[in-house]
Design a protein around this ligand. Structure first.
Ligand code: NAI
Length: 248
């Protein structure tokens, strides 16, 4: 028996990194999982197979979350396959880094579309039945960069900062309907996203982090699973940092 028995979770970007760990943690807690991926079908199938082994239902859905038509098709199929979605985790995200002076419009729009507009529109598609049901959890994966800013990440910081503001506003709008809306703001976590960061920069990150190390995807996922659980019923509009003390 898990605390999320009978619940259905939908996780974007669930095939690798933090998203993969979130899918597994939610399944471990008892949830069935609808897993979105953009390109890596094989990796998504692997995660689904691990969830099946836990005795939970898992299905995978290919879609680019910044494409409204693909989102419509995906959400319609998820509702057909699972019925009500109880837990939405907006995890998919990208970086397109350049100093602001050199950043062009496509780089700006691509990051804002995937990291901010995509999550907002996914919530918009799923919120009505959740409110009618009177119970729901929305968890947005933002970033320490949205809290502190970061050189070369104006687009990413603006998107993640916007996602935190969206989280607080929707928390107020949905509070009386039994739906909580929270954000998790990871610091630097050891995934494909940080694999591109030069090792000298990662050394600086370690020096700036009181715990002296990068985080693990599982440490972010455990926080998401807690926020999704009935135990977190009086928490809404919060931004929970998982950052080894880098920002407090
Ligand atoms: P990752 O690059 O390993 O995974 C991102 C996932 O999102 C991938 O599965 C990718 O296919 C998917 N994705 C990207 N664009 C998509 C799109 N348009 N439609 C659907 N899926 C798409 O990165 P990681 O580290 O696992 O990141 C997960 C989330 O955590 C992101 O929102 C990221 O911004 C955030 N984050 C990561 C940190 C880190 O240090 N790794 C720190 C703070 C936040």
């Amino acid at each position: 028996m898990g605390v999320l028995d009978g619940k259905v979770s939908f996780v974007t970007g669930g095939s690798r990194g933090i998203g993969r760990a979130i899918c597994l943690a939610l399944a471990e807690a008892g949830s069935d999982v609808a897993l979105n991926y953009s390109t890596s079908r094989e990796a998504a199938e692997e995660v689904a197979a691990l969830i099946h082994k836990m005795g939970r239902k898992a299905l995978i859905y290919q879609a680019n979350v910044s494409n409204p038509d693909e989102d419509d098709t995906m959400v319609a199929q998820i509702v057909k396959d699972f019925g009500l979605v109880h837990i939405v985790v907006n995890n998919a995200g990208i970086t397109r880094d350049k100093s602001f002076v050199k950043m062009d419009r496509p780089m700006w729009h691509e990051v804002l579309n995937v990291n901010l507009t995509g999550p907002a529109m996914i919530i918009h598609r799923l919120i009505k039945p959740m409110m009618e049901h009177g119970w729901g959890r929305i968890i947005n994966i933002t970033s320490i960069v949205g809290q502190m800013g970061n050189f070369g990440q104006a687009n990413y910081a603006a998107a993640k900062g916007g996602l935190m503001a969206l989280t607080k506003t929707l928390a107020r709008e949905f509070a009386k309907k039994g739906v909580t809306v929270n954000a998790v703001a990871p610091g630097f976590i050891d995934t494909d996203m940080t694999a591109d960061v030069p090792s000298a920069s990662l050394d600086i990150v370690r020096q700036m982090t009181p715990m002296g190390r990068l985080g693990k995807p599982e440490e972010v996922a455990a926080t998401v699973a807690f926020l999704a659980s009935p135990q977190a019923s009086f928490i809404t509009g919060e931004i929970i940092g998982v950052n080894g003390g880098m920002y407090m």
